[in-house]
Structures are given as structure tokens and as C-alpha cells.
Write a new protein. Structure first.
Length: 223
């Protein structure tokens, strides 16, 4: 079981490529204390004014990690993706330093399997996930799409014709298609939670949850 981590715990981000820099920058925006490291001095200098702390170091060297205090962090993100060997070695170093929660970027399924086996608690596939999301969006059926690990999906879309003008309980969305309308967005208004008697209009957007297969089938209905 993964150790419970404080929501304000400092985060160690290793690798300041596009993924790592975006992660470190957003954590900083969220007012989390961040130490971002990279062996490239140019990247370290570039991000020195945008992230709490930046340090030039080679995280493949466990002694270098010890010197910057990596063992004192509860959360670490291994954002190195260009070298599979480096990302695996860095992850193994963090495991040896007993960092409780390690998030690691993978570039392939086999890479992710190795990261998990050496001790990464969470393996992230940013390119694959972005590619899947874009594929759903360019199909024209969905306006946004998020897939979770257990094949649970959230999608934003225009409502099918049979849903419009009647309460959600009347339309039988859940019983007919095994999906749940969890939110409604009316023009000029914020999203609101959907209820059994909520009536969807022609101008609304809906947020739907369910398995990938069921949401895909629902999204393909006549609009």
C-alpha cells in the first residue's frame, strides 16, 4: 500500500524537458515547494526563476542525489524520458533512498513495466495518453476525454437527441447505455451536477462517465 503523503509535501522533479518543466512549473503555481534538477546547466538556468529551487546534478549518481537531499523528499517525479536506461537507474536510486512515492514517465509499455518492477509507485505515459485523447477529439464525437487506469472514462460532448427536452431519469441513459450524465454546462453558466430530474436542452453540453466502450457507443448516437 502506498504511503499517505501530505498534500503540501515538497516535490523533487528530475528532468527539465517539456514534461518535467511543465510539471515543476504547475506545482510551483500551486504553491508547492519544488526542487527541480537536471544535468543540463542551460535548462537549470532557464527554469531558475520559475521554480522554487533548481540544481544542476546527475541523478544517475546516487551520491549526487544524497548531496541535494533527495532522501528527505516524500514525493519525486522522474521526468527523464529520452534515455530509458537513465530513467530506470534514477528510479532505482530513489527506491534505494527510500523515497515513499515515485512518479515516473515511461515512453513505452516495456519501459513502464521495468519502472514498476524497480519500484515506481505510479507510471505515466504522457505521449500515449495525449495521443488517445487527441484521437477521440478529432473524431468529432467528443469535446474532451479523460481515461483512468481502470477503464473508467469521463467525456464532454453534445447530448444525443433522445436526451434533450426530458428529465435524465425519463431518458433512460443509464439503463439503456450504462453511462451516467454527471454534469451539465448551459451557455453562459458554470457546470452543475446533473440530477435525476435535470432536463438537458439543445444548447447544453454534458459530462458523461462510464467504461470506454460504453462512452464510445453513447458518443456515436445521433445528435
Amino acid at each position: 500500500m502506498v504511503e499517505q503523503i501530505r498534500s503540501d509535501a515538497p516535490v523533487l522533479v528530475i528532468g527539465l524537458g517539456r514534461f518535467g518543466a511543465a510539471c515543476a512549473g504547475e506545482l510551483d503555481r500551486l504553491e508547492r515547494d519544488v526542487l527541480a534538477i537536471d544535468e543540463d546547466l542551460g535548462l537549470v538556468q532557464k527554469w531558475s526563476e520559475r521554480v522554487t529551487h533548481t540544481v544542476q546534478a546527475d541523478a544517475r549518481n546516487i551520491e549526487a542525489l544524497k548531496q541535494i537531499g533527495a532522501q528527505d523528499f516524500q514525493v519525486a517525479v522522474v521526468a527523464v524520458g529520452s534515455s530509458i536506461e537513465a530513467s530506470v537507474l534514477i528510479t532505482a536510486n530513489l527506491v534505494d533512498l527510500k523515497v515513499p512515492q515515485i512518479w515516473a514517465k515511461a515512453v513505452s509499455q516495456s519501459h513502464g513495466k521495468i519502472l514498476a518492477r524497480v519500484g515506481a509507485n505510479h507510471v505515466i505515459y504522457p505521449e500515449r495518453e495525449a495521443g488517445e485523447r487527441v484521437a477521440h477529439l478529432v473524431s468529432g464525437r467528443m469535446l474532451d476525454f479523460i481515461r483512468f487506469d481502470d477503464d473508467f472514462v469521463l467525456a464532454k460532448m453534445y447530448p444525443p437527441k433522445f436526451v434533450r427536452g426530458v428529465g435524465l431519469n425519463e431518458s433512460g441513459v443509464r439503463t439503456k447505455y450504462n453511462v451516467t450524465v454527471v454534469g451539465i454546462k448551459s451557455p453562459g453558466k458554470p457546470f452543475r451536477y446533473a440530477e435525476a430530474n435535470t432536463v438537458v436542452t439543445n444548447h447544453d453540453l454534458i459530462i458523461v462517465s462510464g467504461t470506454n466502450v460504453d462512452v464510445e457507443r453513447f458518443a456515436a448516437l445521433d445528435r
